[in-house]
Design a protein around this ligand. Sequence first.
Ligand code: F6P
Ligand code: MN
Length: 333
Amino acid sequence: MRRVSLTQYLVEQERKLHHVQPELRLLIEVVARACKAISHAVGKGELADVLGAAGTDNVQGEAQKKLDVISNEVLIEANSWGGSLAAMASEEMDEPFQIPNEYPKGRYLLLFDPLDGSSNIDVNVSIGTIFSVLECPPEVTTPDEASFLQPGTRQVAAGFAVYGPSTTLVLTVGHGTVGFTLDREVGSWILTQPRIEIPVETKEFSINMSNARNWPAPVKRYIDECLAGKEGPLGKDFNMRWVASMVADVYRILSRGGVFMYPADAKHKEGRLRLLYEANPMSFIVEQAGGAASTGTQRILDVQPSRLHQRIGVILGSREEVERVASYYAAAR
Ligand code: F6P
Ligand code: MN
């Protein structure tokens, strides 16, 4: 089998389709290299004293874990000097991070959730890193929050790594979704899924059932119908999976279909997941794999963001099921 590395994949994309300029390629390679370092730290676990609380809170008032802080530092350090970026924004930092003056500035903005699935860090369950790349608005030399407030349709690349039994990287540059697996001995990302396509229909749903009493009526209706199985209106038995790491749940959906939901509800009024560095990159990846992503009432990628750390309701995965849930929202209006 011909082994295609991440670098080779990106170079070939540029040669064939002229859409991954060297500046963007370098940026993606540097992010992927940082993910290798994070994967290594995650894999050391208790041996490297990286587990447990950092003793600080992030901007959303969530207690930071040591690995949240370490992963953020790894990504910031790796991406400061390359010359592709004008600024970065992270779940773990209140304000955008400016590229230090000693380094040249580039044309892109990078957003990331350095370590997704925080509640799973200390219990040895898959976690990951999510990232999104935007163009810096023209004429802006010191990007502020407003520079990042672009709808997801403007993303030029998005990806996520999963630190699981194997370390994987899913990527889109807007021409389909592909997957790489880290060859840990060689230290190289190898293209293992040259074309990821989500099955159109599914028999699997993914939602935190403990929120059931807070769900809006359309979500209650859909889940009740799934639970009713063969005898219900959907006419088939459904299975349920909830890892509670978005990266792992979305990876499963990319692999074998399904619908993932963290809707806005009576408790999470705006939703739970962050629009700019969770919902948008995942929606871009899912759409590029033939799936769909909706808030229930709107395509996620069309949402005009109003705040850097804004949250949003997310329903994504197999197209037919996402459209069905959206139709239940429409019917309830
Ligand atoms: O980043 C937020 C997150 O950890 C996601 O990875 C995950 O889908 C969700 O929160 C889990 O939320 P809960 O703990 O409510 O199940
Ligand atoms: Mn997260």
